[in-house]
Design a protein around this ligand. Structure first.
Ligand SMILES: [Zn+2]
Ligand SMILES: [Zn+2]
Length: 185
């Protein structure tokens, strides 16, 4: 059996032989340039060569400065930013506002995008994953069922199945008793 590529090459895309060969030549791996370089290029125990380390630190510094500046700008006049957001929102049509709200809710509540939701709808043929029926109320989208413990989205359900599942999940131990009871009649 051949070793899978990803193991043969390791996480840097380099074989063990290449790695040992570079070490014997007195070279080290630069995590900035993603290649072997002479160990003279390195400062102490750093994982990037001098050039790479400098540009990395410069970029980080620049980012910090930019962040600090935008923070200062915001706090100089917080109302200005709020007014701008308000103005932007008021320019939306009711449909745009509704869509935006929906996208936001999908994102914060279920951690999925509208595209992912639409893909699930297409995959299930816009039918409930349990009963296989469409949503009873016209134009109402299917409910998103998610695992309350892990937050993972499991599937799309109709309102009825969604409610029933919520009850059954919380009272799993009662299901056999329900069945036994119904069988008596
Ligand atoms: Zn380098
Ligand atoms: Zn259903």
């Amino acid at each position: 059996m051949t070793t899978p590529e990803r193991f043969r090459l390791g996480k840097y895309g380099v074989t063990r032989e290449q790695w040992l060969d570079a070490l014997s030549r007195g070279e080290r791996w630069c995590s900035g340039c993603k290649k072997f370089e002479s160990s003279d290029n390195f400062r102490g125990g750093q994982t990037r060569c001098r050039v790479s380390q400098n540009s990395y630190l410069n970029a980080r510094y620049k980012k910090d400065v930019e962040r600090e500046e935008s923070r200062k700008k915001y706090w100089a006049n917080p109302q200005k930013a709020r007014d701008y957001q308000k103005k932007l929102r008021s320019s939306w049509t009711p449909e745009q506002r509704k869509l935006k709200h929906r996208i936001n809710k999908l994102s914060w509540k279920y951690r999925i995008t509208l595209e992912q939701y639409d893909a699930m709808v297409a995959e299930q043929g816009n039918l409930c994953a349990i009963c296989g029926r469409p949503q009873r109320r016209a134009n109402r989208p299917l409910c998103i069922d998610h695992d309350h413990k892990t937050g993972k989205v499991r599937g799309l359900l109709c309102d009825f199945c969604n409610q029933l599942l919520g009850f059954l999940e919380n009272h799993r131990d009662r299901i056999p008793a329900f069945e036994a009871y119904l069988k008596k009649f």
